[in-house]
Design a protein around this ligand. Structure first.
Ligand SMILES: NC(=O)c1ccc[n+]([C@@H]2O[C@H](COP(=O)([O-])OP(=O)(O)OC[C@H]3O[C@@H](n4cnc5c(N)ncnc54)[C@H](OP(=O)(O)O)[C@@H]3O)[C@@H](O)[C@H]2O)c1
Length: 338
């Protein structure tokens, strides 16, 4: 395969709110170094973590200018020195980008061989592009719920992509799931999917209904992506000894909760970060989970729109205006028909 000298890549030049500051630039195709491969990118989703990175509020900042994009898929077309790069050449891989690397919103990206995982071809590039961030998080958090001995859990942002996975994986594990959304139409959509317990946090009686349902189903864990005052509402609704796991900050607000819930009712709040979870588990376990998320339809990602790299700002606007209903997928390969 002929590799061109230059490529298109999305560039972030400063950490400010909004998306108009992203540019698409023609830059040299990067060269893989020792232990690295060059991936010709096919697809890459826009995730909330990308919005956080662009706004400068993610867990770290990349040196600027930087190419955003935490995950994606493509084909390994060149290698640097090393056995793993040699083994990867020609493979279709899912690729994840790290703090010190450029990301996946480009026609080509260099990645450490260790950060590329071959996937089952039947999945296609789009499903493979979104096979790390949300599926591994869904797996890890439901596994945590099961290990805790809980029979049920509640979750916010339930109409989102990860919310769908958590429900499907939880249900398949025999857990009852209380789904919390913020709009009436989302209640109807989730009920139509077969979700038995759906509550709208915008309704006046939400807090009472949530507490009653948590008691009835013995939901002792809340998985929360909203943060802000929602955490205090979840803490209050949980039975004595309950736990909130905050894994997102969609509200952009600091967590607040009544201290008496922790002092007198033995409840607690903690965090979850996939990067830490991956660091903490063995390679053998990671590969076993990787096989699981490829083979189980519960981990599939609905896609509702596709954009070329040139249209990055429109893609980001489309996504941020409506996050429910499926992912917005960037297609560096220009394949917009899915
Ligand atoms: N900690 C980790 O390691 C980790 C890993 C993976 C994902 N995450 C987090 O998981 C969350 C969900 O990711 P995703 O890919 O599923 O996102 P997604 O598909 O874009 O869905 C986001 C959902 O959140 C809802 N939402 C947005 N802002 C909200 C707010 N202020 N209050 C209540 N609901 C709100 C959206 O509903 P509307 O349509 O009503 O806006 C939508 O249903 C994100 O916060 C992401 O950062 C964390």
């Amino acid at each position: 395969m002929t590799i061109p000298n230059t490529m298109k890549a999305v560039h972030l030049h400063d950490y400010t709110e909004g998306f108009e500051h992203l540019t698409v630039e023609e830059v040299p195709v990067p060269q893989p170094g020792p232990g690295e491969v060059l991936v010709k990118m096919a697809a890459s989703p826009i995730n909330p973590s990308d919005l956080m990175l662009i706004s400068g509020i993610y867990g770290f900042r990349k040196d600027l200018p930087a190419v955003p994009g935490f995950e994606g898929s493509g084909t390994v077309v060149a290698k640097g020195p090393g056995l793993l790069p040699h083994l990867r050449v020609g493979s279709r891989v899912t690729v994840g980008s790290q703090r010190d690397e450029d990301g996946t919103w480009a026609q080509y990206t260099v990645a450490k061989g260790m950060m590329t995982l071959p996937f089952n071809k039947s999945l296609g590039f789009e499903q493979a592009a979104a096979l790390v961030v949300n599926p591994l998080t869904a797996y890890a958090m439901v596994d945590d719920v099961k290990r805790s001995g809980a029979r049920a859990f509640m979750q916010t942002a339930a109409a989102g992509t990860l919310g769908g996975m958590l429900w499907r994986v939880g249900k398949a594990s025999g857990l009852k799931v209380i789904n919390i959304v913020r709009r009436a139409e989302q209640v109807a959509d989730l009920r139509a999917e077969g979700r038995a317990y759906v509550l709208n946090s915008s309704e006046d009686d939400f807090d009472d209904r949530l507490a009653a349902l948590a008691k009835e189903l013995q939901a002792t864990i809340a998985l929360d992506a909203v943060a802000g005052e929602m955490v205090g509402r979840l803490v209050a609704a949980l039975p004595r000894g309950g736990r909130v796991v905050v894994y997102g900050n969609l509200s952009g607000a600091n967590v607040s909760a009544a201290p008496g819930q922790f002092i007198f009712r033995d409840k607690r709040v903690e965090g979850f970060w996939l990067s830490q979870w991956i660091n903490d588990i063995s390679l053998v376990r990671l590969l076993s989970v990787w096989r699981k998320v490829q083979g189980d339809a519960s981990f599939r990602t609905p896609v509702r729109a596709r954009y070329a790299l040139d249209d990055i700002n429109e893609a980001l606007r489309t996504y941020s205006e409506q996050m429910s209903g499926g992912k917005v997928m960037l297609r560096p390969d220009g394949e917009l028909s899915g």
